[in-house]
Design a protein around this ligand. Structure first.
Ligand code: GDP
Ligand code: ZN
Length: 340
């Protein structure tokens, strides 16, 4: 079979590595022998984005190509790619190996296009400040639901624990308990006192973690405590990313000295729930999921007002917390098309 033989020959020549940075249509790929700057073969780009390239037909092919790569870049940070080395630390990407998982967002302005932001993630790390700014638990629950949808494990990091004295600390710990009870790992940290930093390090060591959270939660400070200058490096990229429309071109995966990588997603709505149907929402709350389908109205139940609702019953018996149920209602409201 000459054809498959040819294919084998071709893949044999490929070097593999992980995309850790993108810049203006170029991809920085980390290999065992250091970083390589790659472009992408036009064939592969067509193959990978062809199904979504319909909106731009007709003239100006060059312009079209540039727009496409910005809007629906076929290669994401975290992708393991095979490239043809051209010597002098450059190469041409020929294949993207199947992704273990991915986080996507809607490409700006075009409903039907999905833009993969990062792939092959080991965990999502929502960062929530204990205070200053005040925690937004609803936002955390949204991240958790999105992580469930993407089937990616979660590590919750609470920062600025030094601001929590006695009563406030106790109250916070009660909330933390709710999350631990339903199976989430939580680390309590303070960049100020060093509390929990070693435990947090242990939890991200050797893994690729995507950090999510509002600015000001203390991400930079915590990263700096773990690894001098890391926070500042990340912040520099983040500030550039926060600005432009072409933000994802500035994303970067940073290696950790003690093993593993982190990727920051500043201000990105990558975890927006645009692709989730509201009837699926309860399944994305891990503690509600087992009850889905058990209600009197089975899968038609919205778990809001219906009689015989298994989830509402579980709230009464204390098996599901009112706290998280409130988030469910809030998110459901947000997902529902207006007037429905
Ligand atoms: P980022 O925007 O998430 O990167 O947050 P920064 O690390 O820049 O911190 C934002 C603000 O919170 C700064 O004024 C920090 O000094 C403060 N901050 C950061 N970490 C801590 C902490 O552990 N305890 C306290 N009390 N303040 C902190
Ligand atoms: Zn129900």
């Amino acid at each position: 079979m000459p054809q498959s033989l040819k294919q084998v020959e071709q893949t044999d020549q490929l070097t593999h590595g992980t995309v850790f940075k993108k810049l203006l249509g170029q991809y920085m790929v980390q290999t065992d022998n250091g970083p390589v700057t790659c472009s992408i073969s036009s064939v592969l780009r067509k193959e990978l984005i062809h199904p979504t390239s319909a909106p731009w037909s007709g003239g100006l092919r060059r312009v079209q190509a540039v727009r496409e790569i910005r809007l629906v870049d076929p290669v994401a940070i975290g992708d393991v790619v095979g490239f043809l080395p051209a010597g002098d630390s450059t190469g041409v990407i020929k294949e993207v190996t199947p992704r273990k998982n991915k986080l996507a967002r809607r490409a700006p302005g075009l409903k039907e296009l999905e833009q993969v932001i990062v792939s092959n993630v080991d965990q999502i790390v929502p960062m929530v400040a204990a205070a200053q700014p005040k925690p937004r638990w609803g936002l955390l629950d949204r991240y958790l639901a999105a992580a469930e949808a993407a089937d990616i494990p979660v590590l919750i990091c609470i920062t600025k624990m030094d601001l929590m004295r006695k009563k406030r600390r106790e109250r916070l710990l009660e909330i933390v308990q709710i999350y631990e009870d339903i199976g989430y790992s939580v680390r309590l940290t303070s960049a100020e006192t060093g509390e929990g930093v070693a435990q947090f390090e242990d939890a991200i060591r050797g893994r690729t973690s995507v950090l999510v959270g509002m600015s000001g939660v203390g991400k930079t400070s915590l990263l700096n405590v773990m690894q001098p200058d890391l926070g500042l490096k990340v912040k520099k990229i983040s500030q550039a990313t926060g600005k432009g429309r072409h933000s994802t071109t500035h994303l970067e995966m940073f290696p950790l000295d003690f093993g593993g990588n982190i990727i920051d997603t500043p201000g990105m709505k990558i975890l927006g729930l645009w692709e989730i149907e509201d009837e699926d929402l309860a399944s994305l709350f891990v503690e509600m999921e087992p009850y889905v389908g058990q209600c009197k109205f089975r899968l038609d139940c919205t778990h809001t007002h219906e009689p015989g609702c298994a989830i509402k019953k579980a709230i009464e018996t204390g098996d599901i917390s009112q706290f998280r149920y409130k988030s469910y209602l809030w998110m459901r409201d947000e997902l529902r098309p207006k007037g429905k």
